[in-house]
Ligand binder design. Sequence first.
Ligand code: PHE
Length: 477
Amino acid sequence: MSSTKIWTHKGTFLLAAVGSAVGLGNLWRFPYLAGENGGGAFILIYAVTIMMVGIPILIAETLLGRAGRRSPIMGMKYLTESHGTSKGWRAIGWMGAAAAFIILSFYSVIAGWAIHYTGLLFSGSLDGASADAIGDSFGDLLASPGLLLTYHTLFIAASGLIVGLGIHKGIESGLRWMMPALFLILLIVLGYGVMVGDAGAALSFLFTFNFDDLSLEGWLQAMGQSFFTLSLGMGAIMAYGAYMSSETSLTKTAISIAVVDTLIALMAGVAIFALVFGSGMEAAQGPGLMFVTLPIAFAELPGGSILGGVFFVLVIGAAITSSISLIEPVAAFIVERFGLSRPVAVGLMVSACWLLGLATVFSFNIWAEGTISHQLFGRSPFDVLEFITNVLMPLGGLLIALFAGWALSREEVVKEMSTHAGWFEVWQFLVRFIAPTAVAFVFLRTMPQVEGYVAPAIGAVIIIGAFTAGRTFMVRR
Ligand code: PHE
């Protein structure tokens, strides 16, 4: 049962993939990771990883989606059958769906914080508040299961509504007005940051390459971030790729996605650090950068409550265009596999995700550190969920690279990659050797027992093993 649904416009895949890529990862995670890891050097590693690993895997994942023309789970089933490869590769679809499901459950809770701050800033309740008071108000938000739950519900329901309306009426038409609007808001916020903040300090922080600031940990974080920000390894891109027109160039599209995603992260970084430095604060504030440091800056600066509110609208919008791409792979699978209608499938997926989201909600209050449940398990449920996705994401990326690089038939790949021969070879080399090696490093760093340089060493062994196995067992003769 193949779905022959295709996006109405040739450019929609690009729009949808950028919508998926640009999200909390760009606006919240990228700036604070850059801040914690010394700015420029982190960004350089990040950019190199995007080029050498991110883009090749992005091409591979889109290719698998388009070649399968089904939801990731059913598409991988089809591809393994039509290529006579091991059934084991179907794990790509299942792991992706599982990761998408788990990520959405906490992504929605965090995006909900932005709803809270939109209200706080627009209503002027932060005007003239002291830094301590603003820090405390974030603490109060986290301490309130009721508030977190309300925002989580609102956010996930809004996302579900869009996907429930279908890929044309919901996703496609939603993105057609949301994406330009979000870009416009980003320009306004950037303009404001440059005018009232210290853009010079922001630029020199982001573009001075001081390698002494960069630890191995920072290096690996930059690689992990390049995965998260491009939405790789979670079936999101594969699900959207299933609706991509056969005429659109994979290479050009993937490069455009990566370039736009990186530019937006940098623009957000300049805006945020200009405001933070302009108010005399430090870069290395960690995850609280957006929800504590930035509101403090907005509370001090002229016009800050309005512009701050506008900024958080941007955060909510960017998060919605990402979360719909997390719903799509699972919902499309439920429709295909069980023949349910789309609204019912989305309803099921979103309700189950909402329920799992409670674990994240309670992680900040009734199950937080110091409570009995935390002592029982040693970490909060949120930490556990995040850890699982940090494993599934690179593992999915690794398998996607290996499957597209080694197991797919040459005809299939050549058919999909109708770009000129030189680039094809480059892509194949990156996806066969460089990407898997790099991803294995990232993956192994998430294993708590593997420390320091042991991870790269084990990674190399795994990769050599995988290549040997790939040559022997995976390639179809
Ligand atoms: N790329 C999104 C972001 O930067 C997060 C995401 C990951 C979305 C995976 C979909 C799939 O926020």
